[in-house]
Design a protein around this ligand. Structure first.
Ligand SMILES: CC(=O)N[C@H]1[C@@H](OP(=O)(O)OP(=O)(O)OC[C@H]2O[C@@H](n3ccc(=O)[nH]c3=O)[C@H](O)[C@@H]2O)O[C@H](CO)[C@@H](O)[C@@H]1O
Length: 383
């Protein structure tokens, strides 16, 4: 393939950064390009995402922790940048694509130093810290929402709305109908707190579901992702309430869990929202209040406004409130199906291919190796 290029993807360690990076890696690989991932220890080991991708761990630093913390972080960033420069000599990437998170920073700084074109992708409705730090110097900024807070007017010309790429298996759910729901049939609830789980969902959801009238409670089938330290108490609660529940600290096959869910109770992490809107699943969202710049509340806005989700701030997320919301939803089959359609209407199913198009359009100042060689041979032939 003459236009095969090498690309480096740089992403932080949480699922919110790694999942879209994996979706772009798959899309670029399917176009014949070579892709390498640069991340931290956590990122490269993310379950089920990068088995077929070349991975590199670089030191990175998280800013904060007083003067000593900053010093340590600065040292790590510089060490990571030097290692990335050595890596680029070998890989000769046509572009470096950052997905935010501190582990992405050294790779982007190295790309600036080496004159390699850069693209950043922002998953959230608020530009994250690392992306904000580098946004002025990158060639293109890809966003997931129409409205992104913390952007500067000077960046508009290089900003492209592509959406937040999801896994192929999630995208396929778009063509599957909302699971059949009849008034006395099984009602499936999926509970997920993002890649790290969320204690508040474990504290509130089992007790909230237990408050439902008995005929509704008997219809419930729950899949609940809980943090390791919470899982035993969550299991005990569901058993005590006689609500059938499958529990996991990490749901390995999230596309399948989503496929069957009638309603999803979740945090409002960027990939969770992208998956709900790709598949079209109604949701009750409880944004993480401590998220930087309250970005999860911002992420939840579009799907909530469209009528595909209800957002409950964590301070108001009580068992009684949850029971009220679930009962309202569960008793209105048509309303739930409408909410599924509205959630789906917010999806951006071409995100991975639009982002790959953008990346391919950002050429390195020099052409890819194969083409360059051909051009030199051509020039020699004409000499
Ligand atoms: C706590 C925190 O700081 N979270 C941030 C983190 O995402 P965080 O990883 O918490 O959450 P996201 O919703 O963005 O992504 C979670 C991903 O993990 C997958 N998953 C999750 C649970 C599970 O059991 N199985 C599974 O496969 C989900 O399907 C999804 O693809 O980065 C996102 C993107 O910058 C932010 O929007 C989030 O606010």
């Amino acid at each position: 393939m003459t236009n095969a290029r090498s690309y480096v993807l740089a992403a932080g360690g949480t699922g919110g950064h790694m999942v879209p990076a994996a979706a772009l890696a798959a899309e670029l690989a399917s176009r014949g390009h070579h892709v390498a991932l640069v991340s931290d220890d956590r990122g490269v080991r993310f379950p089920g995402l990068f088995e077929d991708v070349e991975t590199h761990v670089l030191p990175a630093g998280r800013l904060g922790g007083g003067p000593l913390g900053y010093l340590r972080a600065g040292r790590n960033v510089l060490a990571g940048r030097s290692m990335a420069l050595r890596l680029y000599k070998e890989l000769k990437p046509a572009a470096v694509i950052g997905f935010g998170g501190y582990p992405a920073l050294p790779s982007l700084l190295a790309a600036f130093r080496a004159g390699i074109p850069t693209v950043i992708h922002e998953q959230n409705a608020v530009l994250g810290r690392v992306n904000r730090f580098v946004a002025g110097r990158v060639k293109a900024i890809a966003t997931s929402y129409d409205q992104v807070e913390r952007m500067k007017p000077g960046w508009t010309a290089k900003t492209h709305l592509v959406g937040n790429p999801v896994r192929e298996a999630v995208l396929r759910l778009r063509e599957r109908p909302y699971p059949a729901l009849d008034e006395d049939g099984i009602f499936r609830v999926l509970v997920t707190g993002g890649s790290q789980g969320a204690t508040v969902l474990s504290q509130v959801v089992p007790d909230g579901l237990a408050l439902l009238p008995v005929h509704f409670r008997r219809r419930l089938q729950v899949t609940h992702q809980a943090r390791i330290e919470d899982i035993d108490s969550v299991r005990a609660k569901y058993q005590a309430h006689e609500i059938p529940a499958d529990l996991a600290t990490y749901i390995a096959d999230m596309p399948e869990a989503l496929a069957w869910a009638h309603v999803v109770i979740a945090r409002a992490g960027a990939s969770t929202i992208a998956e709900l809107t790709a598949a079209g699943r109604p949701a009750i969202l409880v944004p993480l209040p401590s998220a930087t710049d309250d970005h999860q509340t911002a992420n939840a806005r579009e799907i909530t406004k469209a009528g595909g989700a209800r957002t409950i701030p964590q301070r108001a997320f009580t068992a009684a409130e949850l029971a009220k919301q679930i009962q309202k939803l569960g008793l209105d089959t048509q309303g739930l199906e409408n909410a599924a359609v509205r959630a789906r209407s917010c999806g951006r199913p071409h995100a991975a291919s639009d982002l790959a198009d953008l990346v391919e359009s950002i050429h390195a100042p020099t052409a890819p190796i194969a083409i360059r060689r051909k051009a030199i041979q051509g020039r020699l032939a004409h000499a």
